[in-house]
Every structure is written in C-alpha cells, then in structure tokens.
Design a protein around this ligand. Structure first.
Ligand SMILES: *Cc1c(COP(=O)(O)O)cnc(C)c1O
Length: 232
C-alpha cells in the first residue's frame, strides 16, 4: 500500500522532470503540457494516489472501466475517453467525461451530438488521425481531416478542440517523430481555416515510450500510463 504510494509518487516526480527537460529542449513552457494519466487496469486506490500527487486528468480506453471508476472517483477527477468508442456506448459516458480523444467517424460525431444535447452539454472532442497510416489503427486519414472537422463543426453540441494520434510502437521513438510533426502541421493547417465552433488548441500525442519526442514536436496533452503506474 504505502510502497505502491511511494512508487507512483516517485514515478510522477521522474515524469515531471522528463517533461520539463523535453519542454526546455523545445523552448516551451512545461506548464503548457497537460498529463492525462492512463489508468486502464489500474485500481481506484492507485488512481487516488496519483490524484493526491496533483494529477487531475485520467484516461481510459474502455467504456465499462471508465464508468466504474468515474462513479467511484468523481469530484475533481476529469475523465478522458481515449479508446475506440462504439456508437451505442456514447450514452454511458456522455455525462462522465470531460473530453473524447477518439472521434474517428461522422456517425460517432452525430451520436455524441445527440446525446450531449439531451444531457444539456457541449462535448469537447479531439479528432483522432491515423497519421502513420497503419491499417490496424483507427482514425481519420490526414487528407480527410479538414473536411471532417468542417462537418463536425456544424453540430452544435460537439466542439472540436484539437487532434489526437497514436504513433506506431517502435523501439526508438525518433522513428516516429515524423508522425508527431505531421499531426502538428495538420493542426496548424486546420487552425488557419478559422472554422466556426472549432478551436484547434490541443495536440494529444505521446505515451510512455515516446512522450518526450511528442513534446518536442508540440504535444500539449500527453497520455502516459506505464511510466506512472508500472507495467500492466
Ligand atoms: C494505453 C494507452 C496509452 C498509454 O500507454 P502507455 O504505453 O502505458 O503509456 C495512451 N494512449 C492510448 C490511446 C492508450 O490506449
């Protein structure tokens, strides 16, 4: 218990200094980089420890797990849906999450819009882009992203706040620098269009093995899991 607590605390300390160093290399303010701690398979007690160490944003990729944890850990905890989302499950999370990072098709946007309207809120979303073009990954093709954002912008209860990507798993994160640079360029290009009801503020990119390169390429939301909570 206390051992667990100390380990997570130490891990966060190391993570924060690595974030600060990566930000410094890129001439960026480390305070502009938000951590969404990925808690899949992590039990609520360990999540509480991270919260006590100042983490307020948590990511889950499965609806059931997210709902269970969000019901126990609510006040002050911001939940992010980061995994593939089935249209018929939007209703379970619409009143629980502060952001959906995995918007990847128009049918899903329509359902989020419908459920958010019913719930009397506007849902903040990131458009997931398959920058690397991996056939196994979800996400909009880069060349379709602008039109997709325009289509979603017409939905009054969904607000696009930026882009998200998952880089291929590689042993040397330098090999995926181009993926992060590509997402940043796409964000800049879409931002230039000044689309109503869209604010291209966030780049959600970088996980335990590649967050430093992602920060150097402009990430302002990173999604580390393993480096905080240990191996799953
Ligand atoms: C699991 C997961 C992460 C965290 O991965 P780690 O390698 O544990 O840091 C980040 N983003 C998404 C979408 C995930 O599914």
């Amino acid at each position: 218990m206390t051992e667990n607590h100390d380990l997570i605390k130490d891990n966060l300390c190391v993570l924060r200094s690595r974030i600060a160093a990566a930000a410094a290399r890129a001439g960026r303010d480390p305070g502009s980089i938000n951590i969404v701690a990925v808690t899949k398979t992590v039990d609520p007690e360990r999540i509480k420890t991270a919260f006590q160490c100042g983490i307020t944003d948590f990511g889950e990729n499965r609806v059931q797990e997210l709902v269970q944890k969000a019901d126990i850990l609510d006040k002050g905890y911001n939940w992010h849906m980061i995994g593939h989302l089935q249209t018929n499950k939007v209703k379970y999370i619409v009143d629980k999450v502060s952001m959906i990072h995995s918007l990847d098709r128009i049918e899903l946007a329509k359902e989020i819009n419908r459920r958010a309207e019913k719930a009397g809120r506007v849902m903040e979303v990131l458009v997931q882009v398959n920058v690397a073009g991996e056939s196994t990954k979800f996400g909009i093709e880069p060349s379709s992203a602008l039109q997709f954002v325009k289509d979603v912008s017409r939905m009054g209860n969904v607000r696009v706040r930026g882009l998200m990507t998952i880089a291929p798993l590689v042993s040397d994160p330098e090999d995926v620098r181009w993926v992060f640079a590509g997402l940043r360029q796409l964000l800049i290009d879409i931002r230039k269009e000044n689309i109503d009801n869209v604010s291209m503020d966030y780049l959600s990119m970088g996980m335990s093995n590649d967050f430093e390169v992602a920060i150097e390429e402009g990430a302002n939301i990173i999604r580390p899991g393993t480096v905080i909570f240990g191996k799953r």
